[in-house]
Design a protein around this ligand. Structure first.
Ligand code: SAH
Length: 212
């Protein structure tokens, strides 16, 4: 279903500058409409974020592509995602052949998405907890992608990144953020590239925003 719309969306993402074939092929295969509520299904192949309930959103496809490309992954890489949400980003990573670890703090979203992973045989290790503290027992990760915006880069995530690994996280205030792409050069040595004008839901946790 929606194959034509999906291919048109991928073409528009290529026009916006995404060129990693591993990412693009996964986005051609994974059916985004399976990850959104019925009420917005007909908008699934617009390049925009959509509400998924509980005040949260599924990220804009271009943003998913951009963050995934920024991790420069090879098949078989170990990736930690903070903010499972709809499960779409995790499904893309799984389709790309990654070992996926994903953390979601909202128990309702977590349970719903777990069922979806089961239904579509998306294999990811999942956990319902505060992702700002990472998942130490499976570290180091070759890539870490945080799909909610925080006030700073969590120290735990920096620690759990492998040497040469990349951590992609939106940092800013609650309304708009700059995407930080960190490369771990050595223990305690990072190079950071910053890309402005992104907008994510808030990262809430010990090394994120405090819950009201
Ligand atoms: N990757 C998701 C994007 C979901 S929006 C997708 O593809 O749809 C971001 C998600 O991050 C929300 O579901 C929110 O509940 C979750 N979140 C916010 N702070 C978090 C934290 N500290 N740890 C884990 N998940 C968090």
């Amino acid at each position: 279903m929606y194959e034509k719309e999906r291919n048109e969306l991928i073409d528009s993402i290529i026009e916006k500058g995404i060129e990693d074939e591993l990412v693009l092929n996964a986005m051609r295969k994974v059916e985004r409409h399976l990850f959104v509520p019925d009420s917005v299904k007909h908008h699934s192949y617009r390049d925009s974020a959509l509400p998924i309930g509980f005040g949260q959103t599924i990220s804009q496809p271009f943003t998913v592509a951009y963050m995934t490309q920024a991790m420069e992954l090879k098949p078989g890489s170990k990736v930690l995602e903070v903010g499972t949400g709809s499960g779409y980003q995790a499904a893309i990573l799984y389709e790309m052949g990654m070992k996926v670890y994903s953390i979601e703090r909202n128990v309702d979203i977590y349970n719903r998405t777990l069922k979806l992973f089961d239904k579509y045989s998306i294999r990811a290790a999942t956990r319902c907890s505060d992702g700002t503290i990472g998942w130490n027992e499976f570290s180091p990760f070759d890539g870490i992608v945080v799909t909610a915006g925080g006030p700073s880069v969590p120290e735990n995530l920096k620690k759990q990144l492998a040497i040469n690994g990349k951590l992609v996280i939106p940092v800013g205030d609650k309304k708009s953020q700059t995407l930080h792409i960190l490369t771990k050069i050595d223990e305690d040595k990072f190079e950071t590239k910053k890309v402005p004008y992104f907008a994510f839901v808030p990262l809430i946790g010990k090394e994120g925003w405090k819950e009201k």
